[in-house]
Design a binder for this molecule. Structure first.
Ligand code: NDP
Length: 479
């Protein structure tokens, strides 16, 4: 078991109070690490450090910022296994997910490096004797608050682009996965980031969050997590007239139309619903299938679910690792039992041992069931039968969420109809809802969030757009 320190103003420090909290391995409940429990004084230290480092980083040449991000990317690849072990040990990631996440983040850091030089303003035609232009300036300090499910990726989505845009950063990782946040600080320290530009504090989100949002030394709150938490953060940020972006929960639909290749659809659905035990905001949480193929599809998906290895996440052959905590086990099981009690058939799974929930396929799911409405965040594939693409659209949109969607059909007209009308921030044709790319605009509508992350959109969200004019000669004033 390792004891860790936090990273404030370029130094590794304990919390002011000396208090710590325990970070446990979700697979077996053993102690993974002990980390500092930051309080308001620690948050204040981080805010001060980030505030004081602003001008250094804002005035650092974009090429130099890019070099730091490229170096961090290269170092992450060199240390990939070490980072993957943390994702497995504290986050319950299976080996394949941990290797994917670390590789993806290396690419993300590199992409953010490339974007340092690509934040382009506009010029405007001469009007009233002026030349006009826009430039992007750093906002100041970005507060990044991230969840536990893809903790390296979702933290670095924010940290990488906040740095690329010339901001200083305070990262508050989830208390289920604090060590990976501290590893991000190690990476940037080794990459040569100046002191104070990135600060990482670990501790309770409610307490630290309020302080970080309310304090005048922070300029943008970039949050990923539950919708309920996002509502509180949005309200608090609004009260303080502070900019914020929210990446929140989902109940993502995957629509499979009658012409689909059933075997392909089964593979896409299994990946979309079961990857990382379904604990992804873009996980497939409702599979909406044309009634002419629903029986074949459900049978094949259940058969596939039964072949997936559940167990020790360190083993490369494992597909289904542990859920993050007992609360999640309770929620997932309550959703499955509620569906069964209201008439759904459990075609596979429906049981658990410790934190390990079997990949579960439910058919005959209806709209009155909790599993239709509430985010489950577990390895469950609920199947709903529909007549055609019009009913599929109506069922898919019957949710408060709107993050991502998948559509499987070879009918171009129907695919376009669904892509245009699905109420979600992202639609992936010929795939499940589970897809991301560092350069593309990621984000949702309805209760799934406000704002977009990725590439140019992150650079814009994390910058201040400024309009500048230059008057040619003397302006004629009316009095
Ligand atoms: P939470 O909302 O519980 O926590 C997320 C982060 O917010 C944690 O760091 C937490 O700290 C912190 N936090 C908690 N309360 C507050 C508060 N009042 N003010 C400020 N910060 C606070 O989410 P989970 O960690 O449980 O993550 C799972 C959720 O995230 C799911 O709903 C999932 O759909 C969503 N998600 C959305 C994504 C998207 O891009 N749309 C991507 C991935 C996940 P602490 O841990 O200390 O409580």
């Amino acid at each position: 078991m390792a004891k860790h320190s936090m990273f404030i103003n370029g130094e590794w420090v304990d919390s002011v109070s000396g208090e710590t909290f325990q970070d446990k391995n979700p697979a077996d409940g053993t102690l993974f690490a002990e980390v500092p429990k930051a309080n308001l004084e620690d948050a204040d230290r981080a805010l001060e450090a980030a505030f004081n480092a602003r001008s250094v980083w804002a005035n650092t040449d974009p090429g130099e910022r890019a070099r730091v991000l490229y170096k961090a990317s290269a170092l992450l690849l060199e240390r990939q296994k070490e980072f993957a072990d943390v994702l497995i040990g504290e986050g319950g990631a299976m080996f394949g997910k941990a290797m994917f996440e670390t590789g993806y983040v290396a690419d993300l850091l590199h992409t953010a490096g490339e974007d340092c030089r690509r934040i382009l303003g506009e010029t405007f035609p001469s009007s009233h004797g002026k030349i006009g232009m826009t430039i992007y300036r750093p906002l100041g300090t970005v507060v990044a608050i991230s969840p536990w499910n893809f903790p390296l990726l979702l933290s670095c989505n924010k940290v990488s682009y906040a740095l690329a845009a010339g901001n200083t950063v305070i990262l508050k990782p989830a208390s289920e996965t604090p060590v990976i946040g501290l590893k991000i600080a190690e990476l940037f320290e080794a990459a040569g980031l100046p002191a104070g530009v990135l600060n990482v504090i670990t501790g309770p989100g409610g307490l630290l969050g309020d302080k970080l949002i309310e304090d005048p030394r922070s300029d943008l709150i970039s949050f990923t997590g539950e919708t309920l938490t996002g509502r509180k953060i949005g309200a608090k940020a609004g009260e303080n007239l502070k900019k914020f972006t929210l990446e929140l929960g989902g109940k993502d639909p995957m629509i499979i139309l009658a012409d689909a290749d059933v075997d392909y659809a089964v593979n896409a659905a299994a990946f979309g619903a079961f990857m990382h035990q379904g604990q992804i905001c873009m996980s497939v949480e409702r599979i909406i299938v044309a009634e002419s193929i629903v029986e074949e599809f459900a049978g094949k998906l259940a058969a596939k679910a039964k072949t997936l290895t559940v167990g020790d996440p360190t083993q490369p052959t494992t597909i289904i690792g542990p859920l993050i905590n007992d609360d999640q086990i309770e929620t997932v099981h309550a959703h499955v039992q509620d569906a069964a009690a209201k008439g759904a058939a459990i075609l596979s799974g429906g049981k658990y041992e410790g934190r390990f929930y079997e990949p579960t396929v439910l058919s005959g799911v209806t709209r009155d069931m909790r599993i239709f409405k509430e985010e489950t965040f577990g390895p469950v594939a609920p199947i709903i039968a529909v007549k055609d693409e019009k009913e599929a659209l109506e069922v898919a949109n019957d949710t408060e969420y709107g993050l991502s969607s998948g559509v499987i059909t070879n009918d171009l007209q129907k695919a376009v109809f669904l892509a245009e009308n699905l109420e979600s921030g992202m639609v992936h044709i010929n795939d499940s809802s589970l897809y991301d790319d560092p350069y593309c605009p990621f984000g949702g509508c309805k209760s799934s969030g406000i704002g977009r992350e990725g590439g140019r959109r992150s650079m814009e969200e994390m910058s201040e757009l400024k309009w500048i004019t230059i008057h040619k000669g003397d302006r004629q004033f009316p009095f």
